[in-house]
Design a protein around this ligand. Structure first.
Ligand code: FUC
Length: 810
């Protein structure tokens, strides 16, 4: 059960004014939730009874979009591993860097591959990579910034009542314990309004705060200087010369603060706080990708925050964070027992009737939303393969921007779970890819338009690599553009559609207008060469390639119609669409074919299920509109099985939800929690890869609300394991916000707030009979009923509600 917002607000206020001793009483590890740190909703807390031993599985993430921290909670030595999202090697200044464009022209190379595929129907990946690939040069990788350490003087190795927590309700990490009759608390949060991370240390007795602050920069050649309690680490990355600077300011009340050469020592303070900020000279502008020296920005942020009180910093952070986080509530019938989150996760079975498993599921959902807020805010780069958290200078897959599913999956929950603003960095990133993507289109394909391939970096890498079974993915731009159009579909923001979405979509369509190939087998337009990620041979017209181009064309035609522009071009796009192979074929064993030829094996359990793009995130297939194709998708998905890496399981939650099979969607969620989730609830591929967190959060939202087909489908895939529950604040396309509650898997109450006016169709069995009331006017709404659906004219700003006969008594 979630504590109502109002009560929570009162508790927070109490936490601010109560002395530390009252807000963090010494407690045994197994103390009841009521004793948890005041001001939190216990159902929204990840907590542990020992410090983190391992960065990847134990430490707890904080972030404000640009900055990230992993909190260890050490007793004698606290460690915060730090990141700044733009700290990337590679790009301009790196030897051999060409944005992935061919270093020399390859006349006829592309046509040669197309001709061979036309002739033979297929081509081996190695042969295509030899013809069209190229080892990446200057791609670079996302870097580790530094570790910040607090050596806590005079603390024994063992303390009483140790607790380390991440409070999702407040976007705050805490460490608490007591010894010698004194209670100690550390509190950490990453403030987006101030662009700083704040660490606050307090104790129940005066004069008890003593520590040494030091840093170990992760980048070679960094210098560390100290003045007036401020530690500054600065350097330039080898290779590309990107300047980075981090400042840490120690502020104390009482006691002494002493500067060392590379550390700041605090002795006997009553309380203390540290604010830190980091930035680099990166800018997302092609071709230089350089802005100003970060010194002034970092100094200003740290000066400003250090001059504020910790209480004011906290209040600002809460106002900013909770404005986003508090928009959505989810209750799937859970209640957290008083056990640490790692034990809760290892005890998880997913079975029906286990309230603690339900509580973990909804905690995991909220954690996904938390991670998106923490790793993706306007003004910085989008969430990468690890969000913003990386402790290595050589991370897996460079912790880059994979565009053949991964970065897209990161943003699946953005619109549905009411965090639209968090997608801004993705949209800016797409914008920044257009200039280099145009050069790639011209140099590799000899055409107009923009294109990008398998994976990208912050320096406009839009060309090719040489990983034979993955490198070729010119559909990436089209898939990215889907996010632009979906943002419009959810928000109805026509300014965004006109100024930001449509120009990128139109230019991506232009690429395909120039590059679609006539298939000699049937005269249809196909992508060639085409490769279904990341398996099989090359061919022409693999299903995913066609489905993405279909989606891009359909969306761009719709957008130009909405905007009332480009009528002549639109007519040409419509002709293209009518000649396009849509990539939807039912094969010999009833499956949806992955390729245009029937190559599918029923024993193939590859993690990519690319040919089901049309089911999710696309909208060509639905059990309601194309039941035969949905049946074929089900056959394919069943054959692929319930295994896979973390993100693969997460995608399968979404697929099963779209097939309206809540039980199978829940089965995939439980597989994800059982075998692809670490103690800190990070998704593991393995290794840690954040897309699975985001994909699963999105999948849970898809189980509860769908709207991809112009019908608002409420509670479309509620599993037997969630017989009773409620949600609030999920979004549907059309600028709609919904709340619902259900019992015995049947809706009792559905409330819909319309942000825009227009005709709406809403679907749920209850709506076959229940009246719809306009709560704004208190009148029953005139509806047209058709089976489980009602259609009515919604007015912007009005709230509508339907209550079942049973639900009326609640
Ligand atoms: C895709 C996947 C891999 C991995 C990588 C980052 O290439 O096939 O499994 O997730 O992205």
């Amino acid at each position: 059960m979630h504590v109502a917002g109002g009560i929570r607000a009162i508790l927070w206020a109490a936490a601010v004014i109560l002395p530390v001793a009252a807000s963090l009483t010494p407690r045994s590890v197994r103390s009841g939730p009521a004793e948890a740190t005041a001001g939190t909703d216990p159902e929204l807390v990840l907590w542990y009874d020992e410090p983190a031993a391992n960065w990847e599985s134990d430490a707890l993430p904080l972030g404000n979009g640009a900055l990230g921290a992993m909190v260890f909670g050490g007793i004698q030595t606290e460690r915060l591993q730090l990141n700044e999202k733009t700290l990337w090697t590679g790009g301009p200044g790196t030897a051999g860097e060409t944005h992935g464009n061919w270093t020399s022209a390859r006349p006829g190379a592309l046509a040669g591959v197309q001709a061979q595929i036309d002739r033979d129907g297929r081509m081996a990946p190695d042969a295509v990579a030899t013809a069209l690939g190229q080892p990446p040069a200057g791609f670079g990788s996302y870097q580790n910034l530094a570790d910040m350490y607090l050596d806590i003087s005079g603390t024994p190795a063992a303390v009483n009542g140790y607790r380390r927590e991440l409070d999702l309700a407040e976007g705050t990490a805490r460490v608490g314990y007591s010894h010698d009759g004194v209670t100690y608390q550390r509190e950490y949060f990453a403030s987006h309004p101030r662009n700083v991370i704040v660490a606050r240390l307090s104790a129940s007795q005066a004069g008890k705060i003593s520590f040494v602050l030091r840093t170990v920069p992760a980048q070679p050649g960094s210098t560390v200087t100290v003045a007036n309690g401020r530690l500054t680490a600065r350097g330039a990355l080898p290779g590309n010369g990107l300047i980075h600077e981090t400042q840490y300011q120690v502020v104390t009340t009482g006691g002494t603060r002493t500067d060392g050469t590379d550390r700041v020592t605090v002795v006997g303070a009553d309380s203390a706080f540290v604010v830190l900020c980091a930035a680099t000279s990166y800018a997302d502008t092609y071709p230089a990708y350089r802005g100003t020296d970060p010194h002034a920005l970092v100094t200003e942020a740290v000066d400003g925050a250090a001059a504020a009180t910790p209480a004011a910093l906290r209040a600002e952070h809460l106002a900013d964070y909770q404005r986003l986080f508090d928009r959505v509530r989810l209750d799937v019938g859970g209640q957290l027992p008083n056990v640490p989150t790692d034990e809760l996760r290892s005890a998880y079975t997913g079975a029906a009737g286990r309230a603690q498993d339900r509580a973990l599921e909804s905690l995991y959902f909220s954690f996904g939303r938390y991670l998106l807020i923490a790793s993706s805010r306007g003004g910085s780069l989008p969430a990468n393969l690890q969000g913003s958290w990386n402790n290595s200078n050589n991370p897996p897959w460079q912790a880059d921007y994979h565009t053949n599913v991964n970065i897209q999956m990161n943003y699946w929950p953005a619109e549905t779970t009411n965090l639209s603003e968090t997608a801004t960095p993705l949209f800016d990133f797409i914008d920044a890819l257009r200039a280099p993507g145009r050069v790639t289109a011209r140099s590799i394909y000899g055409t107009t338009g923009w294109v990008t391939h398998l994976s990208s970096n912050p320096y406009g890498f839009t060309g090719v690599q040489d990983w034979a079974t993955a490198f070729w993915f010119p559909e990436a731009a089209g898939w990215l553009c889907q996010h632009l159009y979906e943002h419009y579909r959810f928000t109805r923001d026509t300014t965004f559609l006109r100024d930001q979405a449509y120009p990128a979509m139109k230019e991506a369509v232009e690429f395909w207008r120039a590059n679609l190939h006539v298939d000699p087998r049937d005269g249809k337009l196909v992508v060639s060469p085409s490769y279904s990620p990341e398996q099989g041979d090359f061919s022409a017209g693999a299903s995913m390639s066609e489905q993405i181009v279909w989606d891009l064309l359909t969306n761009t035609i719709e957008a130009s119609t909405t905007l009332g522009v480009d009528a002549p071009l639109r007519a040409r796009w419509q002709t293209l669409l009518s000649r396009l192979d849509p990539g939807l074929r039912v094969g010999s064993w009833g499956q949806l074919q992955e390729w245009k030829a029937d190559w599918d094996s029923p024993t193939n359990d590859h993690r990519h299920v690319s040919h089901l793009y049309a089911l999710h995130p696309g909208r060509q297939i639905s059990p309601l509109t194309t039941p035969a194709l949905a049946d074929a998708a089900r056959v394919s998905l069943t054959a692929r099985g319930d295994g896979g890496t973390g993100w693969s399981k997460a995608w399968k939650i979404n697929f099963w939800a779209r097939l309206l099979d809540g039980d199978h969607a829940h089965k995939m969620l439980s597989e994800q929690l059982k075998s692809s989730t670490l103690a800190n609830l990070f998704d593991t591929h393995p290794p840690f890869q954040i897309d699975g967190n985001f994909g699963a959060t999105a999948g849970m939202a898809e189980m509860l609300l769908q709207s991809q087909h112009g019908v608002v489908d409420v509670l479309p895939a509620v599993p037997a394991a969630w017989p009773t529950g409620s949600f609030g604040g999920l979004k549907a396309r059309g600028n709609l916000t919904l709340d619902a509650q259900w019992r015995n898997r049947l809706a009792e109450r559905i409330t819909l707030a319309a942000g825009s006016s227009g005709n709406l169709t809403v679907r749920n069995p209850m709506l076959a009979t229940a009246p719809l009331v306009d709560l704004t006017t208190n009148r029953t709404v005139a509806v047209t009923r058709s089976g489980n659906q009602v259609t009515f004219a919604a007015e912007a700003g009005h709230r509508y509600q339907a209550v079942s006969a049973e639900g009326g008594t609640i």
